[in-house]
Design a protein around this ligand. Sequence first.
Ligand code: SAH
Length: 249
Amino acid sequence: MAQLQRLVVTPAQISNQVCTLTAEQQHYLSRVLRLHSGDRFIVMDGQGQGWLAELIDPLTQAKLLSAIQAETELPLAVTLAIALPKGNGMDEVVRQATELGVSRIVPILSDRTLLNPSTQKLERWCRIAQEAAEQSERQFVPTIQAPIAFLSYLQDVQSLSAPEGQSLHYLCVARRSAPSLLSCLTASSQSAPAPASITVITGPEGGWTEAEVEAAIAAGCQPVSLGKRILRAVTAPIAALALIAATHP
Ligand code: SAH
């Protein structure tokens, strides 16, 4: 089944074991992929459900043949809160973070963030996340939130940090003495109860200001290191997520 094309639809398109395709999806399946009536593909609702589906005449609908029991998700919810990188840097971060299993991406506006993105950017990132989820055979398409100021975000962190230990927030800091993210993850994966969610927070090209680091620590974030080298703002989140995926297979 690995070779079958995957298509993410909205749950509202599915009713009575039939998926009604949008004009764009019809075009994609019949014109781009050249599928015909009777050809099979996989329909995902982006929220955990998947089906083997068969295209039916007149190619505006697909019959859902059987539910697919695949499990490619990480065993816990992982959030990436990322100070927006320059230019189009976020596009590739969204793609790779989705491949690595992230559940939610929160674009952060920090003191040294240069970009204040348009709503079209947010739509573009959602589309990229959907494509990457299809490509990496995930059951869930990560949610991408509207950009939020770092200090407002930290208020959410503070309220989420209770109950103790259930929700871990790691602030990636360069050039500071901090425990390695790997050692923190190894310790938390062996603790009981296991954390229900993990958040990694990465800074912009210019780094965090001292005040931001202090505010994050006060809100309950643990500062962590990703090694002795200074990673780019687009590299650090991927390195951090790869460590989470490796320690929580
Ligand atoms: N210009 C800054 C570095 C910014 S790197 C300086 O020279 O200090 C962009 C972001 O990536 C940082 O804010 C941090 O969140 C993350 N990062 C980069 N290298 C890191 C490392 N070795 N350990 C932890 N976080 C790192």
